[in-house]
Design a protein. Structure first.
Length: 175
């Protein structure tokens, strides 16, 4: 009887340990996928459609906020915002690549240069100096300092027992 309690307690501890470590395992797999340029591993750990959509919405909202006051008396303001929105969509699609994500994870600005353009591989320090925190039972964040002293926030969400990178909160001015 006592043996069965110990087995149940041990199994419960293993399950709790796995649940607690799952976001960190996902981060490790993302790092490995970027370093190895393994798109299959990245697609298993990053929800690319949701990530791209979240970034597009953030940038478009920031663009509209900034442009509203500048273009309110301009008859072509709505047209300009439409073009700018398409530009943001294309920009996000071109920057959310393994190389672009690696730059963001290092706190650098993304570039559209692919890693195959590099003549020799460089040592990447992904999530260097990052702060890790559980926001809730289904959301985990990594805060990475940027070159200009602000912080990028990488949001990893749980769906069932699986964790995936689903958002990057950019340090745009609020208020």
């Amino acid at each position: 009887m006592k043996k069965s309690y110990w087995i149940i307690a041990l199994l419960l501890a293993v399950v709790i340990g796995y649940v607690a470590a799952s976001p960190l395992i996902t981060i490790s797999q993302i790092k490995s996928g970027i370093e190895d340029q393994d798109s299959e591993q990245l697609s298993e750990n990053i929800d690319f459609p949701v990530l791209r959509q979240n970034l597009k919405e953030q940038l478009n909202a920031h663009l509209v906020k900034e442009a509203t006051s500048d273009l309110e008396n301009n008859p072509f303001g709505a047209l300009a915002l439409g073009f700018a929105s398409k530009l943001v969509d294309g920009m996000v699609d071109s920057f959310i690549t393994p190389s672009g994500l690696a730059n963001l994870m290092e706190g650098k600005k993304p570039t559209n240069k692919s890693s195959s353009d590099l003549t020799e591989p460089e040592e990447r320090k992904l999530f260097k100096d990052g702060r890790y925190s559980y926001d809730s039972t289904s959301r985990f964040s990594v805060w990475v300092p940027t070159d200009n002293g602000e912080e990028l926030r990488f949001v990893i969400r749980r769906k069932g027992i699986e964790w995936k990178l689903s958002n990057i909160v950019l340090p745009v001015e609020r208020g």
